[in-house]
Design a protein around this ligand. Structure first.
Ligand code: NGQ
Ligand code: ZN
Length: 449
């Protein structure tokens, strides 16, 4: 396969008239300054595929179904109850169908690898499936069907709150002990084994859901592989952690879990300046999910301060309420503008492009968090590429700024994973079948609820 881009973002920056040769799923040559030879496929703007470092695919099933004001205080916590109820009856077939829809939409927005923070393990009554890792196989099947790269993060979840509280009834599909988790992990390894480039990490769910001993045990189960944890997303979690330990959640992690470059701290919304500086220094990636964080009323992550502290970050679509790579980047910059009453706060220096800075960070931080090679249009790299729609009259960085801030939708033309075109004209190649199946599942779940 030979692709030609009028402009392409290479490791050293933009180049024009770039010929990209792909063989057996990998890029074998990248040559700027060439006119398209006969037979080459021509596109406008080429960028590497973006990592989506945090997804709960099944939550795509409630998109649009939790936006009606509740009876009491409507908050993250009442959303969580509604989410538990709405998905309480979801079967393995249904979960696979919903995940396939979410993954197709991720690809349609240029997200070519997903970190699936996977905790829907057991049957609706909490009983283990005959194959304990049944649901991991379903996630892997959805990834295989859509062509997205998978970093599977099986989640250890044992408690309803700080201090080792027993799990609540709504959490029985997630909960288990360390022995069960070791077997889930072994099943997860079998599930992802057939997928090219798949990665297996671990995810202690949160400081609420694991004890310190469990956290240490889980983090040690996949040496050298990603460790993801939710932390400091809601102020109530900060208060509960202070009451339990005398420390804020990120401070507790720093003192007790020794996070390093294989860690991804998801959200990390509420940090004081000391936590921000120390966590940034640790090498841990901040897993930012700006659209979900806005949707759930989490608060504003100080991304500008994190950047000044040298912190790495990537983006995640988390609840999948709206799936778009450019949408996450836009929300991230806009949250900073609203909080600091300034503009272009994520651009590092005068004259630099905000869209470019956002993309560069999300590519490198996201890949690190997912244990994946840095996405690059370079020989030897996996052929995971995105062609953006042309932006007439704009220079290259402006085209990225347009994609982030001005594109009417996902702004993506074509996407390749492993050299295979999985999105054409902005549509996943199997969208019709996947969307039909998804629609039937949504109706069934609504009837069941
Ligand atoms: C999750 N979502 O794991 O899906 C959580 C809700 C929890 C977010 N934190 C459950 N956004 O945190 O207990
Ligand atoms: Zn999450």
């Amino acid at each position: 396969l030979t692709l030609h881009f009028r402009a392409a973002l290479l490791p050293g920056g933009w180049a024009r008239d770039v010929l990209v040769t792909i063989e057996a799923g990998r890029i074998v040559a990248v040559t700027p300054g060439l006119a398209p030879p006969p037979g080459a496929e021509c596109h406008a703007i080429g960028i590497p595929g973006l990592p989506n470092l945090h997804s709960h695919a099944f939550q795509r099933a409630i998109a649009g179904r939790t936006e009606r004001r509740g009876p009491g205080e409507d908050s993250f916590w009442s959303w969580r109850d509604a989410m538990y109820r709405a998905i309480g009856a979801m079967t393995p077939d249904e979960t696979e169908a919903v995940a396939a829809m979410a993954y197709a939409e991720m690809l349609e927005s240029g997200l070519t690898r997903v970190g699936e923070f996977h905790y829907l393990h057991h049957a609706p009554d909490g009983a283990p499936y005959a194959e304990l890792a049944e649901m991991a196989f379903r996630i892997a099947a959805a990834a295989a069907e859509t062509g997205i790269r998978l970093t599977l993060l099986p989640v250890f979840y044992a408690h309803a709150g700080f201090g080792g509280l027993p799990p609540a009834p709504g959490q029985r599909r997630f909960a288990g002990d360390l022995d069960g988790f070791a077997r889930l992990l072994e099943g997860g390894a079998r599930a992802v084994a057939p997928l090219e480039g798949a990665v297996l990490g671990v995810a202690p769910h949160s400081l609420r859901a694991v004890t310190p001993e469990e956290l240490r045990a889980v983090a040690a189960m996949r040496p050298g592989h990603p460790v993801h944890i939710h932390a400091a997303e809601q102020t109530r979690e900060v208060e509960d952690c202070l009451a339990w330990s005398g420390m804020r959640p990120v401070r507790w992690l720093l003192e007790n879990a020794a996070p390093d470059a294989r860690w991804c701290v998801v959200h990390a919304t509420h940090m004081d300046p000391g936590e921000t500086a120390a966590l940034a220094r640790s090498g841990a990636v901040a897993g930012l999910c700006p659209v979900t964080e806005a949707n759930l009323g989490d608060g504003v992550f100080d991304a500008a301060g994190w950047g000044e502290a040298g912190g790495a970050w990537g983006i995640g679509t988390d609840s999948n309420v709206a799936i778009a790579g450019n949408g996450e980047l836009r929300m991230l910059e806009y949250s900073q503008r609203l909080a600091r009453r300034g503009r272009n706060l994520m651009a590092p220096a005068p004259g630099t492009s905000t869209g470019r800075a956002l993309l560069d960070s999300a590519l490198s931080g996201g890949a690190r968090a997912l244990g994946a090679p840095a996405p690059a249009l370079a020989p030897g790299a996996p052929a995971d590429l995105v062609a953006l729609l042309p932006a007439p009259g704009l220079d290259e960085d402006e085209a990225l700024d347009h994609w982030v801030f001005a594109a009417p939708d996902r702004g993506v033309d074509r996407v390749w994973c492993g050299g295979r075109a999985v999105v054409r004209d902005g549509r996943h190649v199997a969208r019709d079948a996947i969307a039909a199946r998804f629609g039937a599942v949504i109706e069934r779940l609504r009837d069941a609820a």
